[in-house]
Design a binder for this molecule. Sequence first.
Ligand SMILES: Cc1ncc(C[n+]2csc(CCOP(=O)(O)OP(=O)(O)O)c2C)c(N)n1
Ligand SMILES: [Mg+2]
Length: 395
Amino acid sequence: MEEPQAWVPIDPRSRPSRDQVVKGLKGVDEGGAELVQLLTPEGERVPDERFDRYVDDVSVEDLKSLYRDLVLVRRADREGNSLQRQGELGIWVPLLGQEAAQVGSGRALRPTDMCFPSYREHGVAWCRGIDPTELLGIFRGTDQGGWDFVGRRFHPYTIVIGNQCLNATGYAMGQRFESKVGDRETGEATICYFGDGATSQGDVHEGFVWAAAYDAPLVFFCQNNQWAISVPLERQTRVPLYQRARGYGFPGVRVDGNDVLACLAVSRWALDECRTGNGPVLVEAFTYRMDSHTTSDDATRYRLADEVELWKLKDPVERVRVHLTRRLGVDQEFVDAVDAEANELGERLRAFCRSMPQPGPERIFSEVYAHASPLVDAQREEFLAYQASFVDEEG
Ligand SMILES: Cc1ncc(C[n+]2csc(CCOP(=O)(O)OP(=O)(O)O)c2C)c(N)n1
Ligand SMILES: [Mg+2]
C-alpha cells in the first residue's frame, strides 16, 4: 500500500494537483498545522498559542454547562428525527455531529449580536434561548417559525441556500452605518451560518464582496459538514474553504468543528474582530453530517460507511465527557443527571408536538404582508366560502 503523504499547504501561485486538492480538503490530521483544535478526540487539552486566551476564563462549571448543552441539543435533535419517523412531523433536518460547531459559536454570542441561521441550526437556537418546542411548528407545517425573531435576535430559518448571507451582510452593514461597532465591550456583531455547498452560490460570493468592501461586522460561519446532500466537498472547491477569505480581503480560519472549546475560542475571536471594526471574518468549522441530509434523504445511497465510522471517533460530545471525567475529576453522577435531563426534554418535546393544535385553513393567508391587504383578504374569504361549500356526506 502507498504511504500517505503529509499535506503541504498549496502554493497560491501554482495550480495544485487533484491529489493535493483532495488531501487539503479532507485533511484533518494532515492539515493539522492550520486546524485550530483545543480538545483532541481523545479528550486531551492541547495548547494553542493564538486562541487559548479566548477561553482562559472557561471554568470546570462552564465546561460542564457546555457539555449539558451538547447533550440536550443532541437529544432534541434525535427526538425531532423520531417524531418525523412516526408521522408527527413532515420533515426533520438533523444536526447530529454538528453540536460542537453550533454550541461553541452560539455560546460566543452576546445578547446584542444578531444571528442568521440556515435550517440546521437548532443548537444555535438553543443558545439563543429558543426552546426546541418553538422549532417544531416549521417542521410540522403549522407555522413559519414560532419565535420572536427580533427579540431573540435569531432570524427565521432560511431554506434558500446562501440567501441568508445577503440578509446578514445587509444587517451588518447597517450595524456599521449606525456606529454600533468600534468598541470591544459595547460593539455589536452579526453571525451568518451556511454550509459547504452554499459556498458555491452567488449569494454567498456577493455577501463576501459587500461585507469586505463595507468592513461589515459579520462572521461568516461555514459549517463544512463535507456534504451538500449527495455532493461531496471536492465537487464544490479547489481550495480549502477558509482560504477563500483571502481572495476577498479578510481573514479565514479553519477550526475543528467537533471541538466545542475551539469553536468557542475561534468564534469569540472572530466576533471580537467584528465588534472592534475589523470585520468581516470567515470561520470554517470542519465537521461532519453524521445523519442523512434530512429525513427525506438516505445517505447510505451515496456515501460509504467507513467514512461515517471514521468520524464517529471524532464525536463532539464524547470528547468533552472524557475530558470532564478523566481529566477534571467530574463524577458519573453529573453525567447521569444530564442524561436524565435529556430524557425529560425528549418526553416534553414529544408531548408538546402531539398536542399542537391543527391550524385552520385561513392560517395560510395570515402574515403574508406586514399590513392588511385587500387582495389577500378577498382571497381568504373566497377560499373559506369554497371550503364551506363542501357538504359532509355523513351529516
Ligand atoms: C437556492 C437553492 N438551491 C438548491 C436548494 C436545494 N438544497 C437544499 S439543501 C442543499 C444542500 C446544501 O448543502 P450545504 O450548503 O453543504 O448545507 P448542509 O445541508 O450540508 O448543512 C440543496 C442543494 C435550495 N434549497 N436552495
Ligand atoms: Mg454541507
